[in-house]
Write a protein that binds this ligand. Sequence first.
Ligand SMILES: *[C@@H]1O[C@H](CO)[C@@H](O)[C@H](O)[C@H]1NC(C)=O
Length: 158
Amino acid sequence: MLAFSITHFLLVIPALAAPACIPSSPPAPTGAALATSTTGGVDPALVPDFGANPNPNPDGHGNCDGAVKDVTGKFILVPCDCPPPRDLFITDLSANVAAGHCINNTAVSLSFPTSSSKADQITRSQALLDTLQNLRGAGVGCPAVSTTFGVQLQQLTG
Ligand SMILES: *[C@@H]1O[C@H](CO)[C@@H](O)[C@H](O)[C@H]1NC(C)=O
């Protein structure tokens, strides 16, 4: 299941990140080239899709359906501006990885190792969640349930 979705991201994301460039070879080298071209820039192919619900159903109070359902089968509400645009998220993630901690919450260390090992996937998943939850300040950001990142981490840690 997880292996499937990662493969899927590897195939899909580089096409989204670089629409003018159609990879003729496997996308990994393109991502690696991007990753080394900017200081600390993470490989977008290693950043999974947010998994956000495409039908946000604004409630009129600034809240929208998130990406995760509660026990009754209803989407948990999140601020409508969550998650952020993917490109902004990757920029913030890259800045945090370059710094080795959340820029907006220096007590939270993070890293973004690139192998497909389970340990590296877990570390990356934590970096995604830490970045998401400290996007605007210490502990001020988007809730984990505005994405499926938390679900993915749960699947990894089983
Ligand atoms: C830190 O917070 C500022 C102000 O909200 C925001 O503009 C910036 O993108 C954040 N940086 C990171 C790396 O989350």
